[in-house]
Design a protein around this ligand. Structure first.
Ligand SMILES: [Zn+2]
Length: 205
């Protein structure tokens, strides 16, 4: 299963009552990371009355607007929808590439850069585990259950598995590696809470 697929999604906006205020813009749309703005195709629909929708189709963004829109309304709503689309894409769940980057940063920050996994990826079939590590081939797998959890929990799970590249088992020398992680106990408590709530026998040990 490829978890790094950009799923098509739609952002619907219900229009406010009354006339839509228009604002003049002197600056064009900008992307904070300097990427090119996507090509936008506006489709007007006579049937569409009170909603605006946007979704990605290939490398374009399709914006569906009511046919009654003025050009100014259209411009304003296209910009609004591009912003919403960008915001929901930013919230998308992290990919395997995100995991690798995170692991690199965590290893550098907390393990002196000594833990260097050959691969780290999401897996769906981690029964009873949040993550696992095979020191012989330096591979790390993280349960997809962790994918929607807060960043500090994901970081802990990654750091835990990175530490197993250096120390097997869960003795004092293992936990000493993790001691510098500031939200260690909070992250472990979060995972214990999820395990208890779901009735799963999941442990980070
Ligand atoms: Zn462990």
């Amino acid at each position: 299963m490829d978890l790094d697929v950009a799923l098509p999604f739609e952002t619907d906006v219900v229009l406010p009552d009354g006339p839509v205020a228009t604002r003049s813009r002197s600056d064009g749309p900008r992307d904070p990371e300097g990427r090119a703005e996507p090509a936008v195709e506006v489709r007007r629909s006579a049937r569409r009355r009170r909603t605006v929708s946007a979704y990605r189709e290939g490398d374009r963004v399709i914006v569906l607007v009511p046919a009654r829109f003025s050009r100014a309304e259209e411009r304003r709503w296209v910009q609004t929808m591009l912003e919403r689309l960008a915001a929901s894409e930013a919230k998308r769940r992290p990919s395997d590439a995100d995991l690798a980057q995170r692991a690199d940063e965590l290893s550098t920050r907390f393990l002196g850069g000594r833990a260097t996994p050959a691969s780290i990826r999401w897996v769906a079939n981690q029964r009873g585990r949040w993550g696992s590590c095979t020191p012989s081939d330096r591979s790390i797998r993280i349960s997809s259950r962790v994918q929607g959890m807060p960043g500090y929990v994901l970081d802990y799970v990654i750091l835990h598995e990175l530490s197993h590249l250096l120390v097997a088992g869960h003795g004092p020398d293992f936990w000493a590696l993790l001691a510098a992680y500031p939200r260690l106990e909070r992250a472990r408590g979060y995972l214990d809470g999820v395990a208890a709530a779901s009735g799963l026998a999941l442990s980070d040990e």
